[in-house]
Design a protein around this ligand. Structure first.
Ligand code: NAP
Length: 293
């Protein structure tokens, strides 16, 4: 009986007739997710700021036979998000699946980051998740149907060297969605999130030269992941109605240790930082550039 219920939910999770809205759908993880959703027959709607990139992404998906719509909106702007989602649902039907992948990064030593970096990352990654979720949840509750998936990060599980602007925003995304999951479960609305490691996208290409050498040393153990692997994880979350996923075995084990044995993680981090600084003076980025004071 239980199995039948789970199967029934899974069967209706993604398919022809499903409308999936993907913020940040013009690039990286969002675009790879939109592609997989479309491959399962879903109608997909993409939201991002740059019209030309949205058009290119939509053309790519439509070329594969997908029903695609786009809306230009900045996810930090609540009114713009409401308007975009209203337009998209008028064209493609009520939103059954929301994936909030829009996000930015500002990595670096705490003392080098501008005040604006902390605010911009929080505005985009956290509020840029909150506003689309606020826009779709009332209809999902009313219809007693739907899935919301957010994109946090492994740095949203353990506060990470070099990510003093990003870790708090990704913790906030996780906190929002865990709390919301509990509230929406009685309405049969599914809420989950994924915590990717470093992923091979323009986001990472921007971040990489800004990473402190210490951060680079930690990330040596993690393989750069293709966005398609994260997208496949998002699809599994949706189809299996799971709450969380850390893609990649090494990342999953590392994240579990950081939660269960935070002291062990701190010991490892401090030891690595000491070692890196013995070999190389502090104040170098991963690219080897000396920081300007
Ligand atoms: N790549 C990684 O290493 C990594 C690791 C962990 C987590 N993540 C998270 O994964 C998510 C997707 O990142 P990605 O790697 O796929 O990056 P990406 O390839 O750079 O894509 C980011 C997308 O978000 C859109 N976007 C950015 N700011 C926006 C805003 N204010 N309003 C609307 N759209 C906005 C971008 O389009 P426009 O610029 O045109 O708006 C683009 O479509 C982000 O939340 C990121 O934090 C990434």
């Amino acid at each position: 009986m239980k199995g039948n219920k789970a199967e029934g939910r899974s069967a209706r999770a993604i398919g022809p007739g499903t409308h999936a809205v993907v913020t940040g759908g013009s690039s990286g993880i969002g675009l790879a997710t939109a592609r997989l959703l479309a491959a399962r027959g879903a109608r997909v709607s993409l939201i991002a700021r740059t019209a030309s990139r949205l058009e290119a992404a939509a053309a790519q998906l439509a070329g594969g036979g997908a029903h695609v719509a786009t809306a230009v909106a900045d996810v930090t702007d609540r009114a713009a998000v409401e308007k975009a989602i209203a337009e998209l649902t008028a064209r493609q039907g009520p939103c059954d699946i929301l994936v909030t992948s829009a996000g930015i990064t500002e990595a670096g030593y705490f003392q080098d980051l501008h005040d604006s970096a902390f605010r911009e990352v929080m505005e985009t990654d956290y509020f840029g998740t909150l506003w689309p979720v606020r826009a779709v949840v009332p209809s999902m509750i009313e219809r007693r149907r739907g899935t919301v998936i957010g994109v946090s990060a492994v740095v949203g599980i353990a506060g990470t060297f070099g990510y003093t602007a990003v870790s708090p925003a990704k913790f906030a995304v996780r906190g929002l969605l865990e709390a919301l999951r509990a509230e929406l479960n009685p309405y049969d609305v599914h809420v989950g999130y994924i915590c990717p490691p470093d992923v091979d996208t323009p986001h990472y290409a921007y971040e990489r030269p800004r990473l402190p050498v210490e951060t680079k040393e930690f990330s040596k153990a993690m393989k750069l992941m293709p966005p398609e692997q994260v997208a496949a994880g998002i699809i599994r979350l949706i189809e299996r109605r799971r709450t969380r996923m850390v893609p990649g075995t090494v990342n999953r084990v590392g994240s579990a240790v950081s939660v269960m044995l935070p002291g062990a993680l701190e010991w490892f981090v401090d030891r690595t930082v000491r070692k890196v600084r013995r070999d190389r003076p502090a104040g170098h980025t991963a690219a080897g550039d000396v920081r300007t004071p």
